[in-house]
Design a protein around this ligand. Structure first.
Ligand code: ADP
Ligand code: MG
Length: 620
């Protein structure tokens, strides 16, 4: 039997380690920034090109390395930060494994320039695929400059796995913000391609938080501070009124290290109980200080998970201190948060509500002929294709008695109204016709009730409208129809966003325009200049809906489509809104013109059917 076990060559071992430590450009940014922090730098400049694919350059004015250390720092398990396992229990530095530089050097081209204070000049080294190439003296200030080029040049699988620049840059910004928030005394800058995204001068924690998120955050912060002899907590939580539907503004640091901790997150959410509508998340930037001996930071190489000895203790400190903070700032009593957002009935301008179904009318459209082509004059907003499914058949057979077609009558009424402008009169005429043709009424300002030959249908108005809007938006996305009509805003709305969110939204600007959403950049965030015609919502919530979907692809569904679903959900008519008969008729007709009327874009039930035999049974 031949021997089969052998030692892996160092560079192979390093590449394997790199798979764990460096998943994407952002991980390298994090490691390099943390090294600079550990080196005692007071200024750290980060520059990335093409979201870090082409170049990641981190410059610091920290301690620097002498030549021998510079040569050693790329070796596996080379670290100056611990000498024995016992040191793990007193660790205060970010790094300690000595894996980051070895990993990065095994999968990228690295140029290191460094000068220690005890040296007259610096030294430059180059690493390529784990091999050292140059070693020359350079003139430079004390500190370290590391340029990482062509990340994953020798790991095509990793490279192909990377997402779009927008997504990768979002991750880079996330890591940058995490390090910058935890070290308010250090001057940080971040530049992407040639644009400066952040320039954060040394400041108080509050000013740093504002520097990272934007000046509007000043009024949103509620300070929290509390300590016992075991643990201290300090930082800020957001006022509930500014909570968002997206996660992403929750930062927990333990001994200045960004961590994720489910239990602490839940504790913080608990402190907001009764103050936030379901599904909203408050901002928090909280710093815990704990004796390192009570922590186990060693459970995962990227170290965002952490274990405490004192979970309970921390909980019992955190909960009252946040509640007290919120109470002190009179946040809790002065606002009414009990109301569910979905129950908000936004008062709309009168013409908006009434005119809409009329504008949408396609005079050639016959909902009972799903195959008919979308009209060219009607803006294509009416659904005109799609597969029949059982629901439609059910509904259609009910309302196609003897060639009588109720919807034609409805449209005959709607058509002149769009020209004459005498909307009110025309609609009430329409209502009469409709009332004759088929029963339609609204229950609890939430369900539309109508009948089929074989029973009763209940249609959830909000979900139905979501389905309709979603299919419209997807068609616009696919370019099957003209871009959605835009309602130009008389006063463009400025939506305050932090630099990361701003970048993220602006990168999607072009395809968002297909939805009728016109966005441009603004100093404080973005400016919404036009909204989709049918948006029953504020510009702010449209932007929030976009931020909801950050991943390029989830379960085979593109981000564009998922954003369409989110937009449909915010744009759709609310539960609690009373609908006119004409509006109900329009909604129902359009719903049954959809390819999947029975489910909303999130797969929830839109229609409930009560068969007459079920009804009969109840009357026994
Ligand atoms: P770790 O941070 O876990 O020690 P790294 O691979 O990140 O491992 O770095 C290896 C060593 O290189 C560090 O321990 C430190 O001594 C040195 N080093 C890395 N980056 C810098 C820097 N920016 N300034 C000074 N020394 C550095
Ligand atoms: Mg390190």
């Amino acid at each position: 039997m031949p021997e089969v076990i052998r030692q892996l060559p160092d560079n192979v071992a390093n590449q394997i380690a790199a798979g764990e430590v460096i998943q994407r450009p952002a991980s390298a940014v994090k490691e390099l920034m943390e090294n600079a922090v550990d080196a005692g730098a007071t200024r750290i400049d980060v520059r990335v090109v093409d979201a870090g694919r082409t170049l990641i350059h981190v410059l610091d004015n920290g301690a620097g390395m002498v030549e021998a250390d510079a040569k050693r720092c790329f070796d596996r398990h080379a670290t100056s930060k611990i000498t024995s396992a016992d040191d793990l229990f007193t660790i205060v530095s970010k790094g300690f494994r000595g894996e980051a530089l070895a990993s990065i050097a095994s999968i990228a081209h690295v140029e290191l320039k460094t000068r220690h204070a005890s040296d007259e000049c610096g030294v430059q080294l180059n690493m390529e695929g784990g091999e050292r190439t140059g070693n020359v003296p350079v003139a430079m200030e004390v500190g370290t400059q590391i340029a990482v080029r062509h990340l994953f040049f020798n790991v095509p699988a990793r490279r192909n796995f990377l997402k779009s620049d927008a997504v990768e840059m979002r991750h880079v910004i996330d890591e940058f913000q995490r390090v910058a928030l935890a070290h308010e005394g250090i001057h940080f800058t971040l530049t992407h391609n040639d644009g400066e995204l952040f320039n954060l001068r040394p400041a108080t924690v509050r000013k740093r938080v504002i520097g990272v998120f934007g000046s509007k955050y000043d009024e949103r912060l509620v300070p929290v501070e509390e300590s016992t002899d075991v643990v201290g907590v300090k930082g800020f939580v957001g006022k509930p009124a500014f909570a968002r539907r997206t996660r992403g503004e929750q930062f927990l640091f333990v001994n200045q290290r960004f961590v994720k901790h489910g239990l602490i997150h839940r504790t913080i959410m608990q402190a907001y109980e009764g103050l936030l509508p379901h599904g909203q998340y408050p901002l928090y930037v909280l710093f815990l200080t704990i004796d390192p001996a009570r922590l186990d930071v060693n459970i995962h190489p990227t170290k965002t998970e952490i274990k405490f000895d004192e979970d309970q203790h921390i909980q019992s400190l955190l909960l009252p201190s946040i509640r007290r903070g919120l109470g002190k700032h009179a946040v809790a009593p002065s606002l009414d948060f009990d109301q569910e957002t979905s129950l908000n009935i936004a008062p709309l301008p009168k013409d908006h509500v009434v005119a809409e179904p009329v504008v949408q009318v396609n005079t050639d459209y016959n909902p009972f002929k799903p195959q008919s082509a979308p009209s060219s004059s009607g803006g294509g907003l009416r659904p005109g294709r799609g597969q029949m499914d059982a629901w439609k058949t059910l509904y259609e057979t009910a309302w196609r008695p003897d060639g009588e077609n109720p919807s034609l009558a409805q449209e005959e009424v709607a058509r002149p109204s769009s020209a004459s402008g005498e909307v009110g009169a025309q609609l009430s005429a329409g209502d009469e016709v409709m009332a004759e043709q088929r029963p339609l009424f609204q229950l609890q300002n939430r369900y539309i009730v109508t009948a089929t030959k074989s029973g009763l249908l209940l249609i959830d108005q909000h979900r139905a409208h979501q389905r309709i809007l979603y299919e419209d938006l997807v068609r616009q996305l696919e370019g099957d129809v003209n871009p959605s009509a835009t309602q130009q805003l008389l006063f463009p709305a400025v939506i305050d966003l932090n630099a990361a969110d701003q970048l993220f939204v602006l990168q999607s600007k072009d395809w968002l325009a297909k939805f009728g959403l016109r966005i441009d950049s603004h100093d404080d965030g973005v400016e919404v200049q036009g909204m989709p015609m049918e948006a029953d919502t504020s510009p702010e919530s449209l932007i929030q809906a976009i931020l909801e979907e950050r991943e390029e692809e989830v379960a085979g569904v593109s981000r564009e489509e998922r954003v369409a679903a989110q937009l449909a959900s915010t744009m759709a008519v609310r539960v609690g809104k009373s609908l006119k008969p004409q509006e109900m008729a329009d909604l129902v007709d359009r719903l049954f013109g959809c390819s999947t009327p029975a489910l909303d874009p999130f797969g929830r039930t839109v229609i409930v059917n009560f068969e007459s035999n079920v009804l009969e049974q109840r009357f026994r």
